[in-house]
Design a protein around this ligand. Structure first.
Ligand code: HEC
Length: 296
């Protein structure tokens, strides 16, 4: 039993070493870990075998020596394999946990030193403490394997990074949700390239057939000039696109496009002002002056 703990300690040292493998080595850290693990397992096996062999040899030698001294075979057997001491009567759990000894045994436990008539008892370490101690060793092995050998658990820094990533996803989800809460009352004029790019894509796909690829106007009016039928503020555009002008052939887009998409395409149309595309349709409506960009 005594050598078990030293094997353990030995093993722990070796298991811990591979995870500190240098980053700049040719062998990857993972491979290093496996090599380290294999080495540990091999070493443990070797130590255990060596101990067994040693034990057997000692027994053999003792047997031979005793025989040469004329001890009978039976006595040798008794010496090498003493019958197990009769088990003590089972005390209650408390006595066991505290490793308490009956008072009658006290005289055997007195230690040799004495000072002013004061003596000391050689009480065993309480069992609960030893259980706790072995528990920490087992926990330690589990911890080491989990965090440093197999990397199944995340260390603080990785945990932090994972949480930041999750928060980022949640943030994106929240932003896209809140972006979709936009309507004609709170839509904002922006010049964010991402918004304009998204708006452009929508425009080319859904609006170009009637307004022209450059919004120069085909069936629908030119959307780049100063003249507007339904106002040219960002809120006006949002409203026209959202509800359409059914009587005049401008469809309602409320069903096909999300609020964010309508806001994007409205901003894209605003960004086209004064681009003077070729083949522009003649002005329709009244001259409007609102072409300020909120970000300016
Ligand atoms: C089926 C053809 C058609 C499609 C598709 C279409 N429009 Fe129109 N749009 C029109 C017509 C026609 C008008 C003019 C309505 C009127 O005379 O009041 C118009 C008017 C508008 C106006 C108002 C212009 C002003 O002078 O006030 C805006 C803004 C507009 N469209 C944007 C869009 C956007 C953005 C899309 C794509 C999502 C789109 N339209 C798709 C036909 C279309």
């Amino acid at each position: 039993m005594k050598y078990h703990s030293s094997i353990l300690l030995f093993g722990l040292l070796f298991i811990a070493a591979p995870s500190q493998a240098a980053d700049d080595s040719l062998i990857s850290g993972k491979l290093m870990d496996y090599i380290g693990l294999g080495a540990v397992a091999f070493l443990l096996l070797l130590v255990v075998t060596a101990l067994f062999v040693l034990l057997r040899t000692i027994k053999l030698f003792t047997r031979a020596i005793l025989r040469s001294e004329g001890v009978t075979e039976e006595e040798i057997e008794l010496k090498l394999d003493p019958p197990k001491a009769t088990p003590k009567p089972k005390g209650d759990v408390w006595i066991k946990l505290m490793s308490l000894r009956p008072l009658s045994e006290e005289k055997d436990m007195i230690m040799e030193h004495e000072y002013d008539g004061i003596q000391e008892l050689d009480n065993p370490t309480p069992a609960w403490f030893m259980y706790l101690f072995y528990g920490t060793i087992i926990f330690g092995i589990g911890y080491l394997l989990n965090y440093h050998v197999f990397h199944t658990g995340q260390l603080q820094y990785q945990e932090y990074q994972t949480e930041v990533k999750q928060a980022d996803i949640a943030k994106q989800a929240f932003l896209s949700k809140s972006a979709n809460r936009v309507d004609e009352n709170n839509v904002k004029l922006v010049s964010d390239p991402a918004v304009l790019a998204s708006g452009k894509a929508i425009f080319i796909q859904t609006c170009a057939p009637c307004h022209g690829e450059h919004a120069q106007g085909v069936v629908g009016p030119n959307l780049t000039d100063d003249y507007w039928l339904h106002g040219n503020k960002i809120a006006d555009l949002f409203k026209t696109i959202k509800y359409g002008v059914a009587a005049k052939g401008m469809p309602t887009w409320e069903k096909q496009l999300s609020p964010k998409q309508i806001a994007d395409v409205s901003n894209y149309v605003k960004s086209l002002h004064d681009t003077h595309p070729a083949g522009a349709k003649e002005p329709q409506g009244t001259k409007e002056t609102d072409d300020k960009l909120a970000s300016k």
